[in-house]
Structure formats: structure tokens, C-alpha cells
Design a protein around this ligand. Structure first.
Ligand SMILES: [Zn+2]
Length: 458
């Protein structure tokens, strides 16, 4: 695996050229890229060869001609799915089980896994081409604002990624991978493990001149609390979040706690299946890289919903990855396309994300958003509500001592019960747990953990 600066530059120039041509050129480029990927998948992926048996010829195929694909089906046929024959599932699994190999290429490609918050984890295979695309296209979409903060970020200190370190997740692995292929691209970037005790995490961050933090909103919730308490001293100029929904409340709270945030919070939307799916413009909107990515907002029968309407799920097509085709792949996120053009003037469509189905709590016929629970408590560092049975929950508390934990439990439990009653749910058991709050495998902190298996498979 090697990173070609020349090819990266090709994506950069191509990206600029497409944007200058407006909608017409973007759509033409997208169609060309789609037809090329369909042809490649048909020729080299036995799974897609079968799947596309009745699909029109690749040179005239349209997106709507192609069937929807889903993670469990693709993962079951992993060896037939890839267009390369050098990485059978067994070999990929052995690689992922070896923690010394995080971010190390294998068989000419990079391999990561998803956290599996929406069921079975998926194994994601990235060719060099995808990496070159990621850097090239991101630079092509930069406005003056992005160049300015990039320069300031570099001058003022280090960019720190705070995510889970116990697995082959893109959060840590991607930086390591790029460092081994082309170190200059990730100069000034370092990594801090999210799973360690909060006091140690804070200590580690305080020892670095931090100009930028890249993390999940759930980890940011913990950091903001430490900053408010005066224990965390860092003064970043910009924060990047992703992987979860960033609420307006958290955004406001972070702004108040970190007055040094000259460039605010850039909340990107991507996933391991497509790390660079969209970009955040100077007006804070998310725009799809439509020349290389297709994102469809659909209802639960997989029919498109009009712009301005919240979708039931979204279909993702990654045109820059020809090693592992993701074509009309159901990602399970609810999205809504904006109906008006963005003030930034970008010709690329913009959208917002309404959260992930995997984090919703199902009790009987009721579906509750994790955001309606008030789990913040001034006397606890963090509190977690875990669903342990259909109508059973437990509260996990990280408190200073046992006496405090009891007070926190009483108050949080009352507030949780009130939420259930307000939603017409009676007879819900809420217990105090002896286990401390847990992070997900990839290092995200979910305040609310729904029962696995109760949710529908996405
Ligand atoms: Zn914009």
C-alpha cells in the first residue's frame, strides 16, 4: 500500500473542476463514477455479479436500477463481496485480533472495524485510492476560513484525537496508517485514549499544547464538565466532533466553557464505511461530496423522501472505494436534506442528521430518544442509564464516594421515572448498579444504553 501525492492532487484538481461546473457537472461526474464502480463490482466481486444479474448494462445504469444492500448480508458473503482476492475473511479477522497491527496495512489495503453499536461489527477495507481521495477532496472543498484555522491550529500547538484505543477503529488507526504512509500529512497530530480514568485523561491533555481536539460528542460532554470545574486547562481554537449527534445544548455549553474557540465546533458526519462523506462549510452546514459519494434519504420502504423531510434511514454509495463496494448501503441514520441553498454558495447539497437508530430506546410500543433523559448530576462525573430488560433499567454512577452515589441515584432515578410516566410508561423498574459507567468498544460514551436485540436490525 502506498500513498501517491500525485493521485491525491488529481482528486483535488478534479474536485475543484467539478465544483466550478455547478450542479450539471457534479451530476455528470457522479453518474460516470457510479457506472465505473458498477462495472468493476460486476466484473470482480462474485457477490455483485450475482446481485446485478438482471440490472441494465453498466454503461446506462441509473442509481434507481440497483438493489439496496445491507450489512448482515454483505458480511455473510464477505469473501465474495470484495473485488480483491487477497484478503479472505479469516485473514482479516486474524489481523483485527492482533492489537499490535492497528493501522498496519495488509494485502495492499487497510482494514478497520465498526464499533457495532447497530448490531454485528462490519469489517471495512480501504484501498490507497480511498486515502488519496480523502485528503484530495477535503482540500478541494476548503474555503478561506478552513485554510485560516488550519494555519492557526498548526501554529498554536497539537491536534489531539481522543477516541477508543482498544481496537482497530478508524479513530486511532487512520492516523497511524497515514503516518506510516506519508508522515507529513499528519504532522502535529497525536492520540489520547478515551477509556482511561477521567483524571488521567485530563492530566494527559493538560500536558500538551492543544490547539484542536477531535472526538465524539459523548466524550466532549465529559471534557466540558472537567473544563467547567477548572481541572481541564486546555485552550483549543477549534473542536471537531463526529460519530454521534451533537446537540445544540452541548454546542452552547462548550462555547461557554471554552472561550478560546475562535473557530467554533466543526461537527462532521462520516462513518467507517466512508470516513470522508461530507464536509462542514464556513456556515456550519454539512455538504455531501456528491462527485464521489451518494447519500439518499429514504423511507422504510426504501423510497426517496422529499427534501426537508426526515428520512427513516439513508442509503450510502461510496464511489471512491473499488476494493469493497458500498452501493446503496443502508446505514440506518435518519437525515434531512435542506431545501434552500446554503449561504456559503457551495453547489453541493447540504443536510442534517437526526441521530442513529441504534441509540433509541424501545419500551413496548414506545420509542424514546436518549436525549430526553436528564442524566447530568453536579455530584457525579458521569451517569449512565442502561436498559437491562424490556422494562428494566439500571443506573450506573461514577461518583466521588458511596454516600454521594446514593443521593445521585435517588435524584436521577426520580427524574428518569418522570420521563417514563410522561411517555405513558408505567411499571418500569429502575435499579442502582454496582458497575461503573461503560464506554463502547470504540470509546464512545453513551449516556443511555438501549437493550441489544430489542431494537430492529438496521
Ligand atoms: Zn454551506
Amino acid at each position: 500500500m502506498r500513498f501517491s501525492l500525485l493521485r491525491m492532487f488529481g482528486y483535488f484538481l478534479g474536485g475543484l473542476w467539478t465544483a466550478w461546473g455547478g450542479r450539471k457537472r457534479i451530476e455528470a461526474k457522479q453518474r460516470r463514477n457510479l457506472r465505473r464502480l458498477v462495472e468493476k463490482a460486476r466484473a470482480d466481486s462474485p457477490l455483485f455479479h450475482r446481485l446485478y444479474a438482471d440490472v441494465p448494462p453498466s454503461s446506462e445504469v441509473e442509481l434507481r436500477d440497483l438493489p439496496v444492500t445491507r450489512k448482515p448480508d454483505l458480511m455473510r458473503a464477505f469473501d465474495d463481496w470484495l473485488t480483491i482476492r487477497t484478503l479472505p475473511l479469516e485473514k482479516a479477522r486474524a489481523h483485527l485480533a492482533d492489537m499490535s497491527k492497528i493501522g498496519v496495512p495488509i494485502g495492499g489495503v487497510a482494514v478497520f472495524r465498526t464499533s457495532g453499536t447497530s448490531g454485528e461489527p462490519a469489517i471495512i477495507v480501504l484501498p490507497s485510492r480511498f486515502l488519496e481521495y480523502s485528503f484530495g477532496i477535503s482540500l478541494a472543498r476548503f474555503e478561506r476560513y478552513h485554510w485560516k484555522f488550519l494555519r492557526e491550529m498548526r501554529e498554536r500547538g497539537m491536534r489531539v484525537t481522543v477516541t477508543g484505543g482498544n481496537g482497530h477503529f478508524a479513530g486511532t488507526g487512520y492516523n497511524k496508517l497515514v503516518r506510516s504512509l506519508h508522515p507529513r500529512l499528519v504532522q502535529g497530530v497525536t492520540f489520547v485514549e478515551a477509556e482511561q480514568p477521567i483524571a488521567r485523561l485530563v492530566e494527559q491533555l493538560n500536558a500538551i499544547p492543544v490547539s484542536n481536539i477531535v472526538t465524539y460528542p459523548s466524550v466532549l460532554t465529559i471534557l466540558v464538565k472537567e473544563k467547567e470545574a477548572g481541572r481541564l486547562k486546555i485552550e483549543p481554537v477549534i473542536l471537531n466532533t463526529g460519530g454521534e449527534t451533537l446537540t445544540n445544548e452541548l454546542r452552547e455549553r462548550v462555547r461557554r466553557a471554552f472561550p478560546s474557540l475562535k473557530y467554533g465546533i466543526l461537527d462532521a458526519y462520516g462513518c467507517t464505511e466512508c470516513l470522508v462523506l461530507s464536509f462542514v462549510c464556513s456556515h456550519g452546514r454539512k455538504h455531501v461530496h456528491e462527485d464521489w459519494v451518494i447519500l439518499e434519504a429514504v423511507d422504510d420502504t426504501m423510497r426517496p423522501v422529499p427534501d426537508g423531510t426526515l428520512s427513516d434511514t439513508a442509503l450510502l454509495t461510496v464511489l471512491a472505494n473499488d476494493a469493497q463496494p458500498f452501493i446503496r448501503y443502508d446505514i440506518g441514520d435518519c437525515i434531512r436534506f435542506h431545501t434552500d441553498p446554503c449561504p456559503c454558495g457551495s453547489p453541493f447539497r447540504s443536510f442534517e442528521v437526526e441521530g442513529r437508530e441504534a441509540t433509541l430506546v424501545h419500551v413496548g410500543d414506545a420509542t424514546l430518544s436518549p436525549l430526553i433523559f436528564e442524566l447530568e448530576h453536579e455530584r457525579a462525573r458521569r451517569v449512565q442509564l442502561a436498559q437491562t430488560g424490556e422494562r428494566e433499567f439500571e443506573i450506573r454512577i461514577d461518583a466521588a464516594d458511596e454516600a454521594t452515589a446514593e443521593v445521585v441515584f435517588q435524584e436521577v432515578s426520580q427524574s428518569v421515572q418522570r420521563v417514563f410516566r410522561d411517555n405513558g410508561l408505567e411499571d418500569i423498574t429502575v435499579r442502582k448498579s454496582e458497575t461503573p459507567p461503560q464506554l463502547t468498544a470504540s470509546g464512545k460514551f453513551h449516556e443511555v444504553l438501549p437493550l441489544r436485540g430489542v431494537k430492529r436490525e438496521g
